[in-house]
Design a protein around this ligand. Structure first.
Ligand SMILES: Nc1nc2c(ncn2[C@@H]2O[C@H](COP(=O)(O)OP(=O)(O)OP(=O)(O)O)[C@@H](O)[C@H]2O)c(=O)[nH]1
Ligand SMILES: [Mg+2]
Length: 365
């Protein structure tokens, strides 16, 4: 019997639905008797995604302080740790949402150097129809600046599979227009339409992802200066806060209010939110969390996971990514936290920065 494990990477821009899809796929594989190991990734520590996926009972490793391509050895180490802990049949990895050139820097090196250990799945890239429609020129509205859009387009250009997610939020006509535009611009890619959140349209994509091989004959042309400048236009904030209150409060409502407030402050100062996600773990031992996400300045807070009872405190994690000055993101976050009425908030960790230039460990074409 082969010891080869399947390595599946689900990419896509910030907020496209990668973690939601990985949760679904991990559940699907677990239900069919396969063991999964999940790998989250971020430029900094304190990740909402790790907290969310661990709360579902999955084995999760995280790589912080740089993307998979720049921390290739950490990616292998994470896979080894998972192998020791739970011997996964399938690894599900979520790269940073501002990252591209993953085939040349992760998929090929894994195949060429560690091909005996990993059978590498085609690269899937998820897109949010609302954002993609603007970037593809189908709808009007505020876009990210040109260099950020460059990164977004490169993500689609290198994808084997382009997955139009969040189909539950859009008309069939709009989804068809997006698919036509995607197939015209990126004719090499297979397209899928699904709702990771509601579980619609996933079967065909999952089957292809678990059985097909990626196309190794193409190589992405990319200008690393433009890529680095695009990433550096994004501001990043990761923050972990201890909340305490004398009186039990509704953690779900408090998080929704906090997200609304941060969004208003960032928008008022000209920032363009890519994804703002927060989680509150009440530390009551039940493993339940409150998780709220907001995608885009026009987005509404989405309470994706709820605490069942009122709480007296807990660990709050805030991950904010926006096209904005990171110092402003810190001011907006601190300002919003100060208005949490009756709740004492002490910051344990806060980092804000612009992602550094990507310096891949390997680049193979
Ligand atoms: N309506 C709808 N919402 C979705 C769907 N998939 C994901 N979302 C929502 O989109 C938001 C972002 O989802 P995530 O899965 O965190 O996105 P992500 O790509 O992992 O984001 P980053 O890790 O920050 O890059 C959350 O509010 C999700 O609930 C979908 O199919 N339909
Ligand atoms: Mg995610």
């Amino acid at each position: 019997m082969s010891d080869q494990c399947r390595y599946v990477m689900i990419g896509g821009f910030l907020g496209a639905g990668k973690t939601t899809a990985i949760d679904r796929l991990a559940q699907h594989l677990t239900n069919s008797g396969q063991r999964v190991g999940l790998i989250c990734n971020d430029q900094s520590s304190g990740l909402v995604d790790t907290a969310l996926l661990r709360s579902k009972g999955f084995s999760v490793e995280e790589i912080t302080g740089g993307c998979f391509c720049c921390r290739f050895d950490s990616l292998l180490e994470a896979a080894q740790n998972l192998t020791r802990a739970s011997a996964p049949d399938v690894f599900l990895a979520e790269p940073v949402g501002s990252c591209t050139d993953l085939v040349a820097t992760v998929s090929y090196p894994l195949r060429r150097i560690y091909g005996e250990r990993f059978s590498v799945a085609p690269l899937s890239v998820l897109i949010d129809p609302f954002r993609a429609a603007r970037i593809l020129g189908l709808t009007e509205g505020r876009n990210f600046s040109e260099k950020v859009t460059y990164v977004y387009r490169k993500q689609m250009e290198e994808a084997d599979f382009i997955v139009v997610n969040k189909c539950d939020m859009h008309s069939r006509n709009m989804l068809d227009r997006i698919v036509v535009a995607v197939e015209k611009t990126f004719p090499h890619a297979k397209t899928f339409i699904c709702s990771a959140k509601h579980g619609a349209g996933l079967k065909r994509w999952f089957t292809a992802m678990l059985s097909e091989q990626g196309d190794v004959s193409r190589s992405l042309e990319i200008n690393y200066d433009t890529y680095a400048e695009g990433e550096a236009l994004l501001g990043w904030l990761n923050c972990t806060v201890r909340l305490k209150s004398k009186h039990p409060f509704d953690g779900n409502r408090s998080l929704v209010a906090l997200v609304d407030d941060i969004r208003d402050r960032v928008a008022a100062r000209g920032g363009n939110i890519a994804h703002l996600k927060v989680t509150l773990d009440s530390d009551d031992g039940t493993g339940t969390l409150s998780v709220v996400s907001l995608v885009g300045n026009d987005g509404k807070p989405d309470l994706r996971e709820s605490l069942l009872d009122r709480v007296e405190g807990g660990a709050l994690i805030i991950n904010l990514r926006a096209e904005a000055d990171p110092v402003m993101l810190e001011e907006a976050t601190r300002g919003a936290m100060a208005t949490l009425s009756g709740i004492e908030a002490s910051i344990e960790h806060l980092e804000q920065f612009k992602p550094a230039r990507p310096m891949p460990t390997h680049r193979m074409t």
